[in-house]
Each structure stands twice: as structure tokens, then as C-alpha cells.
Design a protein around this ligand. Structure first.
Ligand code: NAD
Length: 248
């Protein structure tokens, strides 16, 4: 086991106020590709053409066809991995208080985490752009793209596209808990999407330690993190939880 995993286990085992920030990388081992990095969706799809609210409003069918349908297929097939389960275990042990996630896949809740702040919404629901009716995504057949509400309006996912505002309550609570935690654990995010990437900076400026888990370095690694545990989230979290259980 690497010395940094042992170090992280000691740090985490000694805290009862850890806040976690997660990104697309934590769900890669669940079969959902990230946006950036190796194998990321952006290698094939231009984000400005498909992931902005302007693009969606201009041509919802095209965005559904190229980006949203694929996300739905991946999310429908996905199950939590050891990283999601590990964070839920740390919550049960009284170490992790809250998970702030940029993900829209619902896998933290499926693994058993009970306090999850979803910065970018959740793909589990669609909303009619005409009448506001909400529909469960898994119940909507994809025979027609874009899918439509019974009123004829186009259904959009309840996720935040680039160019849309983060829900104010989620943002305010995240800033508050980031400024009060002992440790911020940052798992599987490229830390380039704001304002999520700012939360570890808030934590650091308020005196917290910042621990990253990621196979790659990020902009936080040199500027903000105390250390980076380099590796895949599922594998690292499995070892980390085993070590914390041994220490307690
Ligand atoms: P990102 O796509 O920008 O970056 C992914 C990060 O994960 C990279 O730093 C990469 O090195 C790391 N990574 C890759 N494999 C990993 C693994 N096995 N374990 C740990 N880390 C790994 O992701 P982001 O920073 O979350 O920002 C992208 C935006 O895309 C988010 O706002 C999110 O809403 C959205 N998104 C969500 C999902 C999802 O819900 N699962 C999937 C793709 C994109």
C-alpha cells in the first residue's frame, strides 16, 4: 500500500467533519465516461456545440441525439462502484458529513450516501419545457428524439447545461460546509468547472486539509491540495476504507 494511502487513512480516521467533492472520474469505473481526459466524451463531441443551454434551445433534438441519449444509456446501465460505496461507509463511520457532487448519475445515493448536494442536477428526471410536468427518465421510451410530454412540449433533463446557474441553495450550503470542514476530499474531478472547483479553495483558505484522489494531476494539485493520492477512485477508496477500519 502506498504511503499516501496510509497518510490519507490516518488523516481521515482522525476527523468527524470531512466534506467530499466528486466529479465524473468517480463514476468511470461504473462505466460512465468523463467529459475531459482519456476516453472522455469531449474527444468526440465539441462541448460548445452540444453541452450549452444555447445549443439545447437552438436544437434540442440534436443535443438529445448526440449527447443526452448516450448519457442516458450509460447511466441506465451503471451501478455504484467501490468509491461510491466507500464514501457511504465513511459516512456511516461518522467521518464523512456531506458529498458535493458535480455528477448527475445518482450513484452516491444508490450506494447509500444520505447527504448529497447535486451541483448540476440529476439525470433521473426530465422536465417539460412547455408545461413544467416532470417525468422519470427511466420511464420514458426513446423511440422519439427529442422525447415529448403528453402536452406535446419537449422534455429536457433536469441537469445544468453550461451557461445555466447553479441552484443558489446548493451553492450557498456548499460554500458554508466547505468553510467549516476539517478535510476536503476531492475525488475524480478535473477541477476546471466553476464554481465547483472553487470549493476546495474555500476549504483550504479556511484551514482545512485538501486531499485529492485522481489518476492525473489537476490545477488543484500544485496550488491547493496537501497531497494527491494518484490512482483510480474505486481501487484507492477500497484500500483507504480497509485501512481506516483497521485503524479504528
Ligand atoms: P471531467 O470529465 O472534467 O474530468 C474527469 C476527471 O476524472 C479527470 O481529472 C480524470 O483524470 C479523472 N478520472 C478519470 N478516471 C478516473 C478514475 N477511475 N478515478 C478517479 N478519477 C478519474 O469531470 P468533472 O470535473 O466532473 O467535470 C465535468 C462535468 O461533466 C461535471 O460538471 C458533470 O456534471 C458532468 N459529467 C457528469 C458525469 C456523471 O454524472 N457521471 C459524467 C460526465 C460528465
Amino acid at each position: 500500500m502506498s504511503d499516501l494511502i496510509k497518510q490519507a487513512a490516518v488523516d481521515l480516521a482522525g476527523s468527524d467533519n470531512v466534506v467530499v467533492l466528486t466529479g465524473a472520474g468517480i463514476s468511470v469505473e461504473s462505466g460512465i465516461p468523463p467529459f475531459r481526459g482519456k476516453g472522455g466524451v469531449w474527444e468526440r463531441v465539441d462541448p460548445m456545440e452540444y453541452a450549452t443551454i444555447d445549443a439545447f434551445m437552438r436544437d434540442p433534438g440534436r443535443v438529445w441525439d448526440v449527447l443526452v441519449r448516450e448519457m442516458k444509456n450509460c447511466i441506465d446501465r451503471s451501478r455504484p462502484n467501490d468509491a461510491h460505496y466507500g464514501l457511504a461507509t465513511l459516512e456511516k463511520m461518522g467521518i464523512v458529513k456531506t458529498v458535493i457532487t458535480q455528477n448527475v448519475d445518482g450513484l452516491h445515493q444508490a450506494a447509500g450516501s444520505t447527504d448529497v448536494i447535486e451541483f448540476h442536477g440529476n439525470f433521473a428526471w426530465l422536465r417539460c419545457m412547455e408545461c413544467g410536468q416532470r417525468e422519470e427518465t427511466r420511464k420514458i421510451a426513446m423511440a422519439e428524439i427529442p422525447p415529448r410530454c403528453s402536452c406535446g412540449g419537449i422534455l429536457r433533463p433536469e441537469v445544468i447545461f453550461f451557461g445555466e446557474q447553479i441552484p443558489t441553495a446548493a451553492l450557498m450550503r456548499s460554500e458554508q460546509i466547505a468553510s467549516r470542514c476539517d478535510i476536503m476530499l476531492v475525488v475524480g474531478t478535473s477541477a476546471v468547472v466553476q464554481p465547483a472547483a472553487y470549493m476546495p479553495v474555500v476549504a483550504k483558505n479556511s484551514g482545512a486539509r485538501v486531499i485529492e484522489i485522481n489518476p492525473e494531476r489537476t490545477p488543484l494539485t500544485a496550488s491547493t491540495s496537501d497531497y494527491l493520492v494518484q490512482g483510480k477512485a474505486g481501487k484507492v477508496m477500497r484500500k483507504l476504507v480497509e485501512e481506516i477500519e483497521r485503524l479504528r
